[in-house]
Design a protein around this ligand. Structure first.
Ligand SMILES: NC(=O)c1ccc[n+]([C@@H]2O[C@H](COP(=O)([O-])OP(=O)(O)OC[C@H]3O[C@@H](n4cnc5c(N)ncnc54)[C@H](O)[C@@H]3O)[C@@H](O)[C@H]2O)c1
Length: 379
């Protein structure tokens, strides 16, 4: 079996998760990492053979099959363009960039150069949403009437919580939607096969200012700041948003996204109402899928490949009763992506491509526009 050579750019929170998932696959060697902060120490700590301060040096020196872009959003475009020019496959974190223009450049160049490209919309590889996708395809839900849900976190609950994600020049003009709402709409469009055709959004920023630490801190690290440790800075991106959707079959949708909802650490809910039954998935109970019926018993489908659709079994590694979650979704996404890299064909597999990432960026731009206009905006 061919072994692939991968390099990871950015080894903060998610870069380390990429390395772990790649190692679990067995057919990918993480031969190098690049990070602008402490590359050598990070390589040593993660047992990666070589650390580079510059991603360009890493790409030029390591004869890579693929790079993984796990850096702040504003850097994705330049890194991806450089790798694509060198013929290296790119797995980029979401959101794809900070604007649809950047995302289009990336998608166009990848297409022109014929380089395999992917976005880590890993959550669509949760087994039960994947089962829901097969159920929709098989007609089990009938016609879809409604899709609703939420994505809630509390890691930015206090005004002392700070991250590069609060700075639009690093993160983009939208924060809560771009950061986590993007996962929700990607999953909804992937699972239902529907496309949003219009959006109506309402944004709110509850902490108008936040205390920015005067020294760097890692994502999700938690902290206790003293007055001399921070500067009070204005915040322009949303802590919260509600978005209503109209879909191409006439279905309606709503999502509530918040990064300031106490007690919900990282909860995603997707509920689909169809003409034959409804289905509800909650990531906090992610190995189950509730199915609701008007004329019969409601059911709970559990993550057991022996009773789910055969297609769903392909994204499950363990038998029933053995919980699978966030790290497994990344592994399943990468299995699908590296299969495409091996076959030099992005059209194979269920992973999100740069075209999907670009679509999500366009949606995000329309959502920001709608929030500003306080009006429906067509996609
Ligand atoms: N798919 C998911 O579920 C998921 C989860 C978390 C984050 N993300 C995405 O991953 C990306 C990174 O987020 P994070 O939470 O890991 O951030 P982080 O701040 O924890 O880590 C970012 C790392 O990138 C490094 N870095 C910054 N600029 C760099 C550059 N130009 N070259 C090389 N290294 C650089 C930093 O030193 C740091 O180590 C973001 O786009 C984010 O939206 C996705």
């Amino acid at each position: 079996m061919k072994k692939f050579r991968a390099g990871v750019v950015g080894t903060g929170f998610i870069g380390v998760a990429h390395i772990e998932a790649l190692r679990r696959m067995g057919n990918v060697d993480v031969v190098a990492l690049a990070d602008t902060s402490g590359a050598d120490q990070k390589a040593e700590a993660l047992c990666v053979p070589k650390g580079y301060a510059s991603y360009k040096d890493m790409i030029d020196s390591e004869n890579l099959d693929a790079i993984h872009i796990c850096t702040p959003n504003s850097t994705h475009c330049d890194i991806a363009l450089y790798a694509i020019e060198k013929g290296v496959a790119v797995i980029c974190e979401k959101p794809m960039a900070t604007s649809a223009e950047q995302a289009k450049k990336m998608a166009d160049l990848a297409k022109e150069k014929g380089v395999v490209n992917a976005i880590n919309f890993n959550l669509r590889f949760n087994p039960l949403p994947y089962q829901l996708k097969q159920m929709v395809k098989s007609g089990d839900l009938g016609e879809i009437f409604t899709v609703h849900g939420s994505y809630l976190q509390d890691w930015l609950y206090y005004d002392t919580d700070y991250s590069w994600r609060l700075e639009p020049e690093l993160s983009g003009e939208s924060r809560a939607f771009a950061d986590i709402g993007s996962h929700w709409i990607d999953m909804v469009e992937s699972v239902t096969g529907l496309k949003a055709v219009a959006v109506m959004a309402d944004f709110a920023t509850f902490h108008k200012t936040r205390k920015k630490p005067l020294k760097p801190i890692a994502t999700y690290s938690g902290m206790a700041l003293k007055p001399e440790d921070y500067a009070e800075v204005p915040i322009t991106t949303e802590d919260y948003c509600t978005v209503m959707f109209k879909f191409d079959n006439g279905a309606r949708g709503t999502v509530v996204v918040s990064q300031v909802y106490a007690g919900r650490k990282n909860q995603m809910i997707v509920s689909v109402g169809g003409s034959k039954c409804a289905a509800h998935w909650d990531s906090e109970n992610g190995n189950e899928l509730w199915i609701g019926r008007r004329d019969g018993y409601n059911q709970v489908a559990v993550k057991d490949p022996s009773v789910l659709y055969g297609e769903t079994g392909k994204v499950i590694s363990y038998p029933g009763g053995h919980v699978e979650g966030f790290p497994d979704t990344i592994k399943q996404n990468f299995i699908s992506i590296y299969r495409a890299i091996g076959e030099h064909d992005t059209s194979k597999g269920d992973f999100a491509t740069f075209e999907d990432g670009l679509r999500e960026m366009l949606l995000c731009d329309k959502i920001v526009e709608s929030a500003k206009k306080q009006a429906w905006v067509e996609i």
